[in-house]
Ligand binder design. Structure first.
Ligand code: GDG
Length: 739
């Protein structure tokens, strides 16, 4: 049976060793809960590190551990302490984590940790390969395992792989500083679907793919060899019911059922009913902005001194990655800050900051959420921030104010909260003031909208949406594959070819027979291509035409001595059997004087772009420009040209990184049909890669064999992936035995 395999750095179970016996306890974290619908029954497996290094596993206990994990559908990857150091504390948390959170100055680029990261990713990939079959679905999680998709793909080309990044993907300007940036991108591109929390992370990723790998991206799809990779955003939700149910139970608790923490909180509330609790909960991480928040709190108390002895800030900082020096320094900084601010403001009856440096049981987390009037979550950068969502879910009477950083992914979906820039102390102080004074009705109005949204798009929906999208991607891939020119189809075509009496073949040049070059003049034919074309032209009862948008002078130079038949400038000129070019279509060129200056102004403002002047058309090339900028300018030029040519008989052709303006009555389709109508052809073939070739595919009779190069939308019947495939295909015609 097909399985789903989930892979993350840590397993969703905690191991406990008591007197030599092992128990595995399921974790309660959001990811583990969210994946319940995906990771259930016997048809799924979760692969990850157990949390114990090889050195920490007592002798002989490994098989016991495996058994305990298997009961929870889990399987472990064994890591030594040296591997954990290099892979987890090293490359993951000292290179990728700071870099992806825009803490460039904390990012260390150490070759040794990168090598360990690669080796450990390979271990995870090997574990998947060992446990999976071709029809299984693989879902890889997060920044520790970015190379795994490609490593699995290499060995299992047809398996379905999804990847989700839980942290931000930084802008290209940041990402490009990583020495192993291409390897990381290629690692991720082993997936069929790559998911991010927000659209911003998605577009940053696509921009890096375009700029660093030069790959074609259309909307949110990346074309890589014979695969299409989809990139999309899936904002992660929470287990809403779990939090709202826990809050309801908490509300119903009688005073003797309440926790010690809750009783303390109640006591303080009762002593001063006007006092407000502000809540700050995060892992102790520099990306969460805890130190800034403390400083901002001090600023607030100075700006609005009337709130001294009235507000209390509860800070829960959960220990995290304490092996990394940056985290140790941060711990020290926060300890000192809390001490200093409390020292400065405390009175005998009031301590402004209550600081907990520990992890709390779930019940206490609910105590804090339900007792706090304001949740103050101001990360400097955060992939999503689930705490914000959990706080709202626990507000059973819909009171409470959420102050949230714009830099958290969750800010995109939580517009009804008070959004702030965590670096703007003035704004923060005023927002705290606003929150403290917000009327109950307004709080409820805001929270009821938020609650509805969070309840609907919960973590289960998130996981299911991702899986459905992955499944669809696979189906799209199949539909492409079904039209891909297979060996069987090729056999049918070559059979028809052999049986036919008179054949006609149209071959586009750039992007079909030869690759693109920055400078079009440099894409001249290689020896192998001349050889192939020589043999094709020599075929009996077969008329071969090179059909191109190129200017006639270049083709004259390249091909006239060879006496190949040619149609150039999209059908303005024709040359047959080595004769000089003659006009196939009578066209005007007086419009050029009007259009040329417009193109010039675009060249001036778009570095790398240039104009190609042909006899009857003008082309603006932008292949050598910055890809994003070039695309933007191309859209702009299209708009300008469309309004300019409204009354002329001109058309705009959007080719591959080129915009060409020419007379409307000229196109490859019309030219091809003119040739076709001259003789009784019973086998017609046309191949091309861009939009201008679509005219041929459209106009030629239905019986024609039309082939598109690349996987774009097309009228052609078949497609092939690359120029190499085109040449192989043409070799088939040459190789056919004579009748
Ligand atoms: C990463 C990304 C993204 C916290 N303290 C305690 C406790 N928690 C629980 C919370 C919440 C979770 O931990 C923290 O999740 P966050 O989303 O806030 O942050 P990260 O740990 O940094 O997670 C983040 C997330 O991945 C998911 O994709 O949102 O941006 O950085 O669920 O409730 N739980 C208990 N005691 C605590 O003391 N029991």
């Amino acid at each position: 049976m097909d399985k789903t395999i989930i892979i993350s750095n840590r397993l969703p179970v905690q191991l406990q060793i008591d007197n030599g016996s092992i128990t595995a306890i399921p974790s309660v974290g959001g990811l583990a809960t969210g994946m319940k619908s995906v990771h259930s029954g016997g048809d799924s497996l979760w692969i990850g590190w157990s949390g114990l290094t090889n050195e920490e596993i007592p002798d002989g206990l490994a098989p016991e551990i495996d058994k305990a994990l298997a009961k929870h559908g889990s399987s472990k990857v064994n890591l030594s302490s040296q591997e954990v150091d290099g892979f987890y504390y090293g490359f993951s948390n000292r290179t990728i984590w700071p870099l992806f959170h825009y803490f460039l100055e904390y990012s260390e680029f150490e070759l040794e940790s990168w090598n360990t990261y690669k080796a450990v990713n390979q271990k995870f990939a090997d574990a998947i390969l060992e446990k999976s079959g071709d029809d299984d679905t693989i879902w890889v999680h997060d920044y520790q395992l970015m190379l795994v998709p490609q490593m699995v793909r290499e060995k299992r080309p047809n398996i379905s792989i999804g990847f989700f990044l839980h942290i931000p993907f930084p802008s290209y300007e940041i990402f490009r500083t990583l020495p192993w940036r291409k390897e990381v991108l290629m690692g991720l591109l082993g997936s069929d679907l790559i998911g991010f929390h927000t659209y911003d992370y998605e577009r940053h990723f696509l921009s890096s793919v375009r700029r660093l790998l030069g790959l074609e991206v259309s909307f949110n799809e990346i074309h890589l060899e014979d695969r299409v990779i989809k990139v999309d955003s899936f904002p992660m939700g929470i287990d809403y019911k779990k939090f709202s149910d826990a809050a309801k139970i908490h509300d119903a608790n009688k005073s003797d059922q309440r926790s010690e923490l809750q009783r303390r909180l109640d006591m303080h509330k009762e002593s001063d009913p006007d006092a407000k609790f502000l809540l700050s909960i995060d892992r102790l991480d520099y990306s969460k902005g805890i130190a800034k928040r403390l400083n901002a709190f001090e600023y607030f108390l100075n700006k609005y001194p009337q709130y001294k002895e009235k507000v209390r800030l509860i800070v829960l900082a959960v220990p995290s990655r304490s092996n990394v020096p940056q985290y140790q320094l941060l711990k020290k900084e926060i300890d000192e800050l809390v001490g200093r601010i409390n020292g400065e403001f405390s009175t005998v009856s009031w301590t402004p900051i209550w600081y907990f440096y520990r992890s709390m049981p779930f019940e206490n987390l609910i105590d804090l959420y339900t007792s706090s009037d304001i949740a103050w979550l101001t990360p400097i950068r955060d992939g999503m921030n689930l705490v914000a969502k959990e706080y709202i879910a626990t507000r059973t009477d819909q009171t409470g104010v959420l102050i949230l950083s714009e830099m958290a992914g969750s800010a995109n979906e939580m517009n009804e909260s008070l959004l702030i820039n965590p670096n703007n102390f003035e704004e923060i102080a005023d927002t705290l003031y606003e929150a403290i004074n917000m009327p109950i009705e307004e709080q409820q109005a805001r929270n009821s909208i938020l609650q509805k949204r969070l309840e609907r798009y919960n973590v289960e929906k998130w996981a299911n949406d991702f899986m459905t999208s992955l499944q669809n991607q696979k189906e799209i891939d199949y539909s492409y594959k079904s039209r891909k020119l297979s060996n069987e189809m090729l056999k049918v075509i070559t059979d028809d070819y052999r049986k036919s009496k008179k054949r006609l073949m149209f071959l586009d040049y750039d992007g079909t027979l030869a690759g693109f070059q920055g400078d079009p003049q440099k894409a001249n034919p290689d020896k192998e291509l001349y050889d192939l074309l020589d043999r094709l032209s020599a075929l009996e009862n077969t008329d071969i035409y090179l059909i191109s948008g190129r200017d006639k002078d270049t083709f004259t130079k390249w091909f006239l001595p060879k006496k190949y038949n040619m149609i150039v400038e999209h059908g303005v000129w024709i040359s047959e059997n080595g004769e000089a070019f003659s006009m196939l279509e009578n066209v005007k060129k007086d419009w050029m004087a009007k259009i040329h200056p417009v193109l010039e102004s675009f060249v001036d403002r778009t570095p790398g772009s240039f104009i190609e002047e042909k006899n009857y058309s003008l082309a603006w090339h932008y292949r050598k420009t910055d890809p994003d900028f070039g695309q933007k300018r191309a859209t702009e030029l299209n708009t300008v040209l469309t309004s300019l040519i409204a009354n002329d008989d001109l058309s705009i052709l959007n080719g591959n990184k080129v915009i060409e303006i020419k007379s409307s009555n000229v196109n490859k389709g019309r030219a091809a049909m003119r040739v076709y109508s001259q003789k009784e052809y019973d086998f017609v073939f046309a191949i091309g890669d861009d939009w201008t070739d679509e005219f041929m595919f459209q106009e030629l009779p239905d019986s024609a064999i039309t082939v598109k190069v690349g996987r774009q939308k097309t009228q052609a019947r078949y497609y092939v992936d690359s120029i190499k495939n085109v040449r192989d295909l043409l070799e088939h015609f040459v190789d056919q035995p004579k009748k």
